[in-house]
Design a protein around this ligand. Sequence first.
Ligand SMILES: Cc1ncc(C[n+]2csc(CCOP(=O)(O)OP(=O)(O)O)c2C)c(N)n1
Ligand SMILES: [Mg+2]
Length: 366
Amino acid sequence: MAKKQKEAIFTPIGNDGSNNGKIEKSVDLPKPTKKSHKDLGLSDKDVVGMFEQMQLQRRFEERAMQMYQKGKFGGFLHLYIGQEAVSTGTVFALNDDDDIITAYRDHGWGLCRGISANEGMAELYGKATGCSKGKGGSMHFAKTENHFWGGYGIVGGHIPIGGGLAFANKYQDNGRIATCFFGDGAVDQGALHETLNMSQLWKLPCVYVVENNGYSMGTAAHRHTVNEIHERSKGYGMKSAVFNGMDVFTVYENMKKIAEEVRKDSMPWFVEIRTYRYRGHSMSDPQKYRTKEELEEYQKTDPIQRLKTYIIDNKVATKKKIEEIEEKIEQSVLDSIDFAEESPFPDDEALFEDMYAGEQFFHDKK
Ligand SMILES: Cc1ncc(C[n+]2csc(CCOP(=O)(O)OP(=O)(O)O)c2C)c(N)n1
Ligand SMILES: [Mg+2]
């Protein structure tokens, strides 16, 4: 009797990256909100501010990519391009002193939480004027005084720290919540599940958010994980949501509601925000795992273009005003390159500084 042929575990991808002629959508985008900015309680100024912020993140990274390609700095460089509505909608929805922690795709988050283009670019160049004094680089942007805790390179490794931030807020009874962002590649890491369990048990005020951008390095989400990601919450009896991350109003609307609930009830949430990264995983990625057509499909939903059209069509601001903002941002990013290039590298002694938390505490004890 002929042996039954083994079922293929993976759908084969053509060697030319064509996926055998099929356009495979790696992430299904739920429908965006139909509400206007006024329905959401946003002023015209807020909307223009959202545009400005997303445009800054985009131009900063496009220029950073160019400088990297010119060999101006090295190391890893993971770009957030395409995902800007997630950071921007969230930061507008949260209070300024709510905590944010994320993985290594962190430039957009840092800029949104008040790292200037100068401080960001200098950090990429490893200069002492950078947001992490030039000792963190691309993956370790941070601005703790603005409650942005970085920037972590180990997939899922920062998730318990996110839970810890929420624990501290609860312990200090300060009314703040924590938000912890990570990629679809982190959803099967043990650290996530240990943290979800303890968070539900201890009623921690934390929003755990998967930024599902379709891929974990070169592996599409449906090839590395079973079921719908947001359903992970069920095992912990945790409240959850899934929504579109290519529309800044949708992110704002949902994150605002969730943050209010988390603050009121002191209970965690598990959220999946669906988005898409336009560039490779990092700078050395030939992107054989997806087609040009797939990328172009998602680019049609571009969050910045979408908001720009909304602003002009609804007369929130004039086309001229938008162009002025674009020019201003372009100039600030170009200036940041000069600033980074002219800044000094950290002194040798800096190697021994910032090694331990509470150094000040130890000094005080001496
Ligand atoms: C524990 C661990 N395993 C493997 C890696 C190597 N690695 C770096 S990024 C990455 C993919 C993560 O993808 P995802 O979580 O979806 O985030 P994205 O890059 O899409 O933002 C992997 C496997 C790592 N950094 N840490
Ligand atoms: Mg991913």
